[in-house]
Design a binder for this molecule. Sequence first.
Ligand SMILES: [Zn+2]
Length: 122
Amino acid sequence: MPASASDLYSGLIRLHVLHHAAEGELFGFWMIQELRRHGYEISPGTLYPMLHGMERRGWLTSREQIKKGRSRRVYTITPTGRKALSDAKDKVRELFSELFTDVPRRTRTRRPSMGAQQGPRK
Ligand SMILES: [Zn+2]
C-alpha cells in the first residue's frame, strides 16, 4: 500500500480492529487475514505496532494465550474502546451519508430555478 493511501486507511483499519475486538478476542494473524478479505494488505510489521498503540491508548487489552503449546497475544476491547467505537460509528454514519447519498439533504440551500432568479432590474 502506498504511504499516502495507508495514511488515509489507518483510521479505517483501527475501526475495523475495534469492531472485531468488540465481538470477541482476536489475534494479529487472524486480523491480518480478515483485513485482507476486506481488501487491505497490511503486514505484521504495521499491524502489531498498531495493536500495541491501541492498547496504550486504552482501547484494547491483551493477554497471553497458550494454544497447542504455542503462545500468542489475544486482544479484546475495553470499555474506553467501546465508547470510542460508538462515537466513531456516529461519525462514520454521518460521513457515509455524505459520501454515498445522491439526494441533497440541505434542500433549503438548493439553487433557485432560473425563473425565480433575482437579476438586476433594467
Ligand atoms: Zn471485518
